[in-house]
Design a protein. Sequence first.
Lengths: 209, 261
Amino acid sequence: MSAPVVGPHEGLDDRALVSLVVEQDGQALEALYSRYGRPCLALARRILTDEQFAQDVVQEVFLTVWRDAARFDASRGAFSSWLLSMTHHKAVDVVRREENVRKRRASADLLDVREDDGPQVDEQVWSTLRRERLRESLQTLPDVQREALALAYYGGHTQREIAQLTATPLGTVKTRMLAGMRTLRGRLDGVQGDGAPLAEGARRPGVRP
Amino acid sequence: MIAHEAYEELAAGYALHALEPEDELVFLQHLAGCARCERALDAHRETAAHLAYGAGPASLPEGLLDRIRASVVAESGQDVFAGPGAEVVPLDVARERRRRRVSRPVAALAAAASLVVVALVGSNLALRQDRVAQLASSDRLAEAVHTLEDGPGRNVPLLDRQRRVAAVAVVQGDHVSLVVEGLAVNEPRTTYVLWEQARFGGLHAIATFDVRDGGVAVVRDLPLRSGSEGPAAFAITQEQGEAAPARPLVAPVASGAVQDA
């Protein structure tokens, strides 16, 4: 297990770190990896169910951050959202390309919010709180909406594939997906979307102004 | 006419990377001119990021950071992971510094990008609505660029509201050239603006151009701003004045999504 990176940038918020990456500061990239490498890898693992593919995706994501940090537009959302969207997109690209990866997964396996498939000692309190809040919010959704979101997000399925998998008209799948996203947004509104995850016992560093 | 709720459904699907290619094309064409859908998409992306935390905890494996460092050093040609911390500057200042350092200034490039009116005599293309005709006409337009460039590029047909090919963007590496045939001559005191929609970023004006009597406008060698991910879509608007506004102020006259290779 890698030790968290401790460096001169540890207390900086995401925007400051991204600015430093734009300035070609490798230690700032390390700090972002220390902060977000875990959720990125967890997401890639969940979608791909293949450790090597997942690590390849995370490596590619952080190399893309290095190349293209200047493209991050803070006016359009949190850095973590940009990063995780990129991770999701790259992982979904791989799972659609590698059919054998997809075949290994059981659909039912996609539907849970996972609690403990990694060592808790290395988990961050802040991520755990977010996960608990997400689980609570997902449980308020009708089953069919939760299923549509899980098959799309964690399964990497397109809307048409979900329609076939669930024997549901395509238009209904689209409607369920939008309704689910709107409800989730309302439930999760106010959950901090950016900044450093808390190490246990640490003071939360400054986040977006 | 598609009801706007349908685009909002597509926005949710797009944020989840769950659209079929044809739906993605429809949505990106609409997105280029719809601030409401852009806001909705940003909100859906924030929501989707919350879903990422449902994937469970993970510990970082030994060696992954080293692999990332190695790939960055290989690309940078120097050890950027050593040394003291750098000065913290505002993001826009950092972005501008890097733009000056690693590429030519956009403003100078925009000025240097040659706006060439090529007289393609007798190239009155019979534009039809079917896809085959669209591709055929876009190929013909693209030939105009390919004859001027070093190698082949990726053609992105930009369709007008009648679904005819009005222009073709030819993406070559980190640059794009645009061939226009099918747009009306500029109205007085207006300019056409070419917009690039980045896959994970915003919408950027990358060129302004005019369409004059009886010619095909070719705008060459425009630097893309979407970086290594490449552009997701292009759109053309006709804006008042001679400069590009920060955001499109009118609906696109033509647009097209970049299809995955």
